[in-house]
Design a protein around this ligand. Structure first.
Ligand code: MEV
Length: 440
């Protein structure tokens, strides 16, 4: 069967589904029903979602949950989280509760600079290029003024444009390395528009620069694009308390707990295999808040992992210490987030999530997201160094297994009770389930 199609994007939604189900699925009616089941009955809401991207045929649900009781900089927050993984929200809630009684989380934005680059090739005299750049720099900025004027009125805009010689890496390769302050916007559109304008002006001005030879005038822009690596857009979050306030945990004294906790962090600092999993747990918290608040989790992920490897080795984003009897645990990471623009004023759940957080500005959101990451890491390490994570994980996973088995509400209650004091495993749940059904 021919699985290709011309002009797919011009079909309407029903025609797209018709083609798709006919071409790819054995049970055409059933697959159509599944897709339609997720349509919103409110037509205007469905249209809004349809228009976020191209070729929309349905909606993809993820749970939208909340983790209350986060004390951050002396304010209480209920944090919205969008994630499919069992136990992440429960872990956040537990960490929030633990630290609420020990002074809460303290967070602070260190810097907010964003970056974009015009990558270009130039064959010629370097000195001449530097002189040309110094000449053209003010024009680059004024030529972008229609793009920057609103941002400037609010206190942001272009911070600087630098010429960078990259010819050691690739022959003839240079960059305009540009920095921006985008305030409450993530800034991707703003930055990319500025860069494309810089590129145009740069090429035009080069053509008429009298010092350049004919070859030099032909400098070639390869691409103009923001960088998702933002090592100068940094937020820090931390918790601390006297060691003895850490409580006894699963047989460990507070001091033993603190020492084992610090060991676990040290391992992630020096061992990349562990660091990746350690940071993955942090991203459970970060991504779920980033998603719930309509931000670009791919950009955040890419930037954070690059930052974790900035010294040449992939390492932990969190650190811990005991000094003068005080246990301290902190995170430092780059976060390019927005609370205006993009989905933030379009997606009803995103708007609700931001309202729940008290309509934060981008800096406040950076702090909240960093705290969600730190809390998640605290909860994971606490389990790992005491009971192990499977106990909590499998308890939460029990519901997924029961749903797979199509258990009734009554059966679910029976199982929750049955496994209260037993280890959950997939095979054991299926065993007990089969026995229960056989009896019935
Ligand atoms: C699971 O999603 C995340 C953990 O593996 C993180 C960690 O090991 O620190 C529990």
């Amino acid at each position: 069967m021919n699985k290709q199609i011309e002009g797919f994007s011009r079909l309407n939604k029903n025609q797209k589904i018709e083609w798709l189900t006919k071409t790819y699925f054995k049970e055409q009616d059933l697959s159509k029903k599944i897709l339609e089941q997720y349509w919103n009955t409110d037509e205007s809401l469905q249209k809004l979602h349809d228009e976020f991207i191209e070729n929309t045929i349905s909606n993809f649900y993820l749970p939208f949950a909340i983790a209350p009781n986060f004390l951050i900089n002396n304010e209480v927050y209920t944090i919205p989280m969008t994630i499919e993984e069992s136990s992440v929200v429960a872990a956040a809630g537990k960490a929030a509760k633990f630290w609420k009684h020990r002074g809460g989380f303290k967070a602070q934005v260190i810097s907010t600079e964003k970056i974009g680059q015009v990558h270009f090739m130039y064959e010629g005299d370097k000195e001449k290029l530097s002189r040309f750049f110094e000449n053209v720099k003010p024009f680059l900025i004024t030529a972008a003024s229609s793009i920057t004027q609103n941002m400037e009125k609010r206190g942001g805009g272009i911070l600087d444009i630098e010429l960078r010689d990259k010819t050691r890496e690739i022959a003839s390769y240079y960059q305009l390395h540009c920095t921006f302050e985008t305030l409450d916007a993530m800034g991707a559109n703003f930055i990319n528009s500025c860069l494309e304008q810089f590129s145009k002006t740069f090429i035009e001005e080069a053509k008429s620069y009298s010092e350049f030879s004919e070859t030099e005038k032909q400098l070639q822009v390869v691409m103009s694009i923001l960088s998702n690596y933002v090592p100068n857009c940094i937020v820090k979050a931390e918790v601390s308390c006297p060691v003895e306030e850490l409580n006894e945990d699963d047989g460990l004294s507070p001091k033993e707990f603190a020492q084992k906790f610090i060991r676990a962090v040290q391992i992630a600092e020096v061992e990349p295999h562990r660091a990746v999993t350690h940071n993955k747990g942090i991203m459970n918290g970060i991504d779920s808040v980033v998603l719930a608040t309509g931000n670009d989790f791919r950009a955040v992920e890419a930037g954070i992992h690059a930052y974790a490897a900035k010294n040449g080795n992939y390492t932990s984003l969190t650190h811990a210490s005991i000094e003068n009897g005080i246990f301290k645990f902190w995170i430092e990471l780059p976060l390019a987030l927005g609370t205006v623009g993009g989905l933030t004023s379009l997606h009803p759940l995103v708007k609700l999530a931001l309202e729940l957080l008290g309509k934060p500005n981008a800096k406040e959101l950076m702090q909240i997201v960093a705290v969600a990451g730190l809390a998640q890491n605290f909860a994971a390490l606490r389990s790992l160094i005491t009971t192990g994570i499977q106990k909590g994980h499998m308890k939460m996973h029990l519901m997924n297994i029961m749903n797979q088995l199509k258990a009734t509400e009554e059966e679910k209650n029976y199982f929750l009770n049955y496994f209260k004091d037993k280890t959950v495993s997939h095979s054991e749940v299926v065993n007990v389930f089969n026995k229960l059904r056989a009896k019935a």
